[in-house]
Design a protein around this ligand. Structure first.
Ligand SMILES: Cc1ncc(COP(=O)(O)O)c(C=O)c1O
Length: 370
């Protein structure tokens, strides 16, 4: 069976060993006589899977005891609402609008209180992380409940290389597409959340890591649904209702794979090396243009275009013939996007780089003026 080079932005490539282990355990989980898919979330066997999953994540990310870890559903999108519902105590929060998801989070928060856009790069189609000086200035006033950022902008291929200075104002980050890509100093944040389907597991699980004191008094807004109430979810061990049992089990396997293959420092080293290979091709090319400003380039999503819709389409079609999938860019940017999450191997990235060079050489030979 041949596996393709999968550059999908999410759901995305999973480590092959994780898939193989899951397949081996699928029908009879470790002598239980049933699949994890069939197991009660209240059973001792499942609780053990859940507890090991959380402990492994705590080790991998070095999460302090003062933070609670939740495994929820509804994707990062539901967190766009859960964050203001829980944290908007004075109904005043700051948002950095650095991409499509950052904008959605900002707009959603505006339904519950005053969500101020402190900085934006929309005028240049989100090709960079905006200047963050206004964030520090605004935070100094001391009246914001939190500042929200989207740390890696999946669609636009940009990421923060330095976090904004928010002083005493809690920093909240959507880290969906850079979760487990590199070490995070969890204590720099009040809350981080991530949809699992990029680097952490399958779609259908959202990981929320939140500083305990921020949720100790319950949700900020009385209309907060019980399911979205972080304090209740923490008290119930993420099992206020039936959790995504199989998804969490799979996340546990991915966390264990991260730990066994060197942890987050090793992930970062490998991801930077993979990104360098692709950015080197872009920087040396007369055909391709990276769509993200160099100072804001992501190490998880590499976006580029030929500048011609027809050529971009030909690139994507030709890629498929080389076993390269999931390479078409998002419609908001066009062109191509290579998502090079942890489970995407250097071999796959080298295959893409070779195809990029081959495609460019063919264009040159075809007499296209570059
Ligand atoms: C950075 C980021 N935030 C939020 C989302 C939305 O996530 P979900 O589909 O899990 O709600 C995505 C999805 O791709 C994303 O990349």
């Amino acid at each position: 069976m041949a596996r393709v080079h999968n550059f999908s932005a999410g759901p995305a490539a999973l480590p092959e060993s994780v898939l193989a282990e899951t397949a081996a355990e699928l029908v009879d989980y470790r002598g239980c006589g049933m699949s994890v898919l069939e197991m009660s979330h209240r059973s001792a066997a499942y609780q053990q899977i859940f507890d090991e999953t959380e402990s492994c994540l705590r080790r991998v990310l070095n999460i302090p005891d003062t933070y609670r870890v939740l495994f929820l559903q509804g994707g990062a999108t539901l967190e766009f609402a859960a964050v203001p519902l829980n944290l908007m105590r004075t109904k005043h929060a700051g948002y950095v609008v650095s991409g499509n998801f950052a904008k959605k989070a900002w707009e959603e928060a505006g339904r519950y209180g005053q969500a101020e856009a402190l900085a934006t790069s929309e005028a240049t189609n989100f090709d960079r992380i905006p200047d963050l000086a206004p964030v520090a200035e605004r935070c100094a006033a001391g009246d914001l409940d939190y500042v929200h950022i989207c740390q890696n902008n999946t669609i636009f291929g940009t990421m923060y290389h330095k976090l904004p200075d928010t002083g005493d104002v809690p920093l909240v980050a959507d880290v969906s597409s850079c979760f487990l890509s590199f070490p995070l100093d969890v204590e720099r944040y009040g809350l981080i959340y991530a949809g699992a389907q990029k680097n952490a597991g399958p779609a259908g699980v959202t990981v929320v890591i939140v500083r305990e004191d921020l949720i100790a008094d319950g949700p900020a807004l009385g209309i907060c649904p019980s399911y979205l109430d972080y304090r209740t979810e923490a008290a119930k061990g993420s099992m206020l209702n039936t959790p995504n049992t199989f998804g969490i089990y799979l996340c546990g396997k991915v966390f264990a794979w991260v730990e066994a293959t060197g942890g987050l420092a090793a992930m970062e080293q490998r991801n930077r090396a993979k990104a360098d290979v692709l950015y080197d091709v872009l920087d040396a090319s007369g055909l391709y243009r990276g769509t993200a400003q160099p100072a804001s380039r992501s190490i998880a999503n590499v976006t580029f275009t030929t500048g011609s819709k027809e050529l971009d389409a030909a690139f994507v079609a030709g890629a498929r013939e080389h076993g390269i999938e999931g390479i078409a860019g998002h419609r908001l940017v066009g062109g191509m996007r290579a998502s090079i999450y942890n489970a995407v191997s250097m071999e796959s990235v080298e295959a893409l780089a070779a195809y990029m060079r081959e495609f460019e050489a063919k264009q040159m030979a075809g007499g296209r003026s570059l």
